[in-house]
Design a protein around this ligand. Structure first.
Ligand code: NDP
Ligand code: PYC
Length: 335
């Protein structure tokens, strides 16, 4: 195991993206995104994903040099056609205008379509909360999740991320898949020989299973909380696909591109300027009061705490990367 400096890891990932045909701008954004996930211990969307990015780029399914097109949808609405590129560069282009609109009108919806999202979602909301805004992001993915009673999967693992400012420049943030486990964690469990929790998935015959390989081989994941998680999955399909003009998870068809792994769907981001709130004390102070109430009630861990602690340690000591992973990454730097 070596411990890599964050910037050195970003530089290595950037070389991989460039060697596999992305533009400089896309390589910058995705390398930082993926290295940030590894730094924060968000392993299902860290270095483990690099082989999938490369395989997808080589398949021709995604355009690594896409030029996202911004469309003004009104005082509080921005549309982005990601042009079959990655979602994060599309969001980066929209962000300055989205912030301006949110501050000018109180809120802004950013509706991104024809976009590939293969990453953790918290990087899409954290920077906005750090600038004093409330941010909610939703992405649909590919049909891995079966609704209650369904004969086959319809929903994606559809993550939902939320971030809001707290006092003293801290933020509250959560980021969760709508399935009991992210698909990435099922792949990691299969790789490492671990069983899944009960109620996480079914096999190809629709029978409950804890075997990750059975879920991957024609089975399905289940939404957390039964019909309640399924309803959130439905909302995310509507917001990230119907509202944006993107594809539903079940409409993604990459069969003409063997090796493709990134879903081409949509993303919806909602920004709210909390300075508009009716709170007599400041919004961030109210959030802090809520966090304090949870802590006083006995909640030892807030969502985001584990990641922030991992981030702090990694920035101090370096990011642990196994020799095996490092060899795999080096191999990806040649097209
Ligand atoms: P987890 O279940 O690991 O975590 C979900 C959230 O709960 C996190 O904010 C986490 O905080 C928090 N949390 C976990 N345990 C506790 C606890 N005991 N007490 C309080 N808070 C807790 O995430 P998922 O497996 O659902 O998702 C993993 C990642 O996969 C996400 O980043 C998601 O965006 C990504 N994903 C991406 C998809 C895509 O299409 N791009 C599809 C599906 C998933 P903390 O982070 O600090 O642990
Ligand atoms: O882990 O479920 C997942 C996932 C889907 C798309 C990107 N990540």
């Amino acid at each position: 195991m070596t411990h890599m400096d964050f910037d050195a890891l970003v530089a290595l990932l950037r070389r991989i993206f460039l060697a596999n045909g992305t533009s400089e701008a896309v390589a910058d954004i995705l390398a930082r995104n993926c290295a940030s996930a590894e730094r924060d211990g968000a392993m299902s969307h860290g270095l483990f994903r690099m082989a999938g990015y490369v395989s997808t780029l080589r398949s021709g399914w995604v355009d690594g040099r896409a030029q996202p097109q911004l469309e003004d949808g009104g005082a509080s609405f921005l549309r982005v056609d990601a042009a079959n590129g990655f979602a994060q560069p599309a969001l980066a282009i929209a962000a300055p205008m989205a912030i301006d609109k949110a501050r000018a009108t109180g809120a802004c919806v950013v509706a991104i379509r024809r976009s590939h999202h293969f990453a953790a979602l918290w990087p899409d909301v954290e920077p906005f909360a750090q600038q004093g805004l409330v941010a909610i992001a939703m992405v649909n993915s590919m049909a891995y999740v079966a609704p209650p009673g369904a004969r086959h999967p319809v929903y994606g693992t559809n993550p939902l991320a939320f971030a809001a400012p707290r006092a003293d420049e801290r933020i509250v943030v959560f980021d969760q898949a709508v399935s009991v486990l992210a698909h990435g964690d099922v792949q990691i469990a299969a790789r490492d020989g671990h069983m899944l929790p009960a109620d996480a998935g079914v096999d190809a015959a629709g029978q409950p299973t804890r075997d990750p390989q059975a879920v991957l081989d024609g089975g399905a994941l289940l939404p957390f909380g039964g019909h309640k998680g399924a309803a959130i999955a439905l909302m995310i399909e509507i917001m990230a696909a119907a509202l944006t003009g993107g594809l539903f998870s079940a409409e993604v068809d990459w069969s003409a591109h063997p090796g493709a792994q990134t879903p081409c769907t949509g993303e919806c981001l909602i920004l709210i300027d909390p300075s508009r709130s009716g709170s007599a004390v400041g919004f961030a102070d109210r959030v802090e009061q809520m966090v304090t109430a949870l802590q006083e009630a006995g909640q030892a861990r807030m969502p985001g705490d584990r990641r922030f602690a991992a981030r702090e340690k990694a920035m101090r000591e370096g990011i642990p990367v196994s020799a095996h992973m490092l060899r795999q990454l080096e191999a990806l730097t040649t097209a």
